[in-house]
Design a protein around this ligand. Structure first.
Ligand code: THG
Length: 266
């Protein structure tokens, strides 16, 4: 089954940032309820945008979010220290977002993750920066999986993020992402792949059309999770349907269940 990581509790979103600054419990609680009802697997929590306030904001958000949902959380920060504090405050096995091969991040994260009960998102980034080719992405994915397995992680707990880059920057970025996902899912059998879906449409108009189309095409290539705004109209129906057509839904059971529940409607 496809893993939906709901991205909306993120202080880069202006309304969320204002709600966090004002400690507006209602706004955050209401959004998390909507995300839960809409079928998230994880709720992403990112408190990174108010410089100098990340730790206190993250603690407050974790308390509010866990007060209204029993879903597990995706702890989203580039700072290993914040992830460590956050890990200590969650009640369900979280997804830690993220480790990468950048030295400043890799060394503390490997130490931190050893022996922890969690899933982990691994970014195909190293000190040379964003990956430029499919080969770059796949080589980094293989290194990350080897290192994570060496500290005891099972492949089912590893989510590889190829780092989706905008079409507005390079017309081949969609193909690079799809080819990378296909190769990773074949060569590293058992891992998951995920990533920020809306990165693809950055700089374009009608972003949601681009995001929806890209998601279907990525699922056809084996993508089995996304960090996304699943409250977007129709995107959950599309996800369930694409996942079925890609062969991930035995006897179409999940599709049929979703239709009966009124979640897939044409
Ligand atoms: N990979 C991993 N984690 C990630 C990302 C990724 N976490 C953060 C991000 N990318 C995914 N989360 C979001 C959350 C919100 C938005 C986009 C990605 C969003 N942005 C609007 C925009 O870009 O225009 C801002 C709108 C606003 O300011 O209100 O909605 O790639 N592992």
């Amino acid at each position: 089954m496809f893993t939906v990581i709901g991205e909306r509790i993120n202080t880069t979103l202006k309304k969320v940032q204002a709600a966090v600054a004002e400690r507006d419990f209602e706004y955050i609680a209401n959004d998390v309820k909507l995300q839960t009802e809409a079928g998230a697997t994880y709720i992403d929590v990112n408190a990174g945008a108010r410089i100098g306030h990340e730790e206190e904001d993250m603690k407050w958000l974790l308390e509010v979010v866990q007060g209204v949902t029993t879903l597990p959380l995706c702890l989203d920060s580039p700072d290993p220290k914040i992830l460590e504090v956050a890990y200590g405050l969650v009640s369900n096995k979280p997804l830690v977002n993220s480790i990468s091969l950048e030295k400043d991040r890799f060394d503390p994260m490997i130490k931190y993750l050893k022996g922890k009960e969690c899933g982990v998102i691994a970014l195909c980034m190293d000190d040379a920066g964003m990956p430029k080719t499919v080969e770059d992405i796949v080589a980094r994915a293989k290194t990350l999986v080897k290192e994570l397995e060496a500290i005891g992680f099972q492949r089912e707990d590893i989510f590889i993020d190829p780092l989706i880059q905008p079409m507005s920057v390079d017309g081949n970025n969609g193909n690079v992402a799809m080819e990378a996902i296909k190769t990773i899912m074949t060569d590293l059998e058992g891992v998951h792949t995920t990533g920020g879906l809306s990165n693809i449409s950055f700089g374009l108009p009608e972003r949601r059309i681009v995001n929806r189309c890209f998601l279907a095409m990525m699922i056809a290539n084996g993508f089995d999770s996304a960090i996304m705004d699943h409250l977007d109209k129709d995107i959950m129906a599309l996800t369930t349907t694409a996942d079925m057509i890609a062969g991930n839904d035995d006897f179409c059971m999940n599709f049929l269940k979703s239709v009966r529940a009124g979640k897939v409607v044409s």
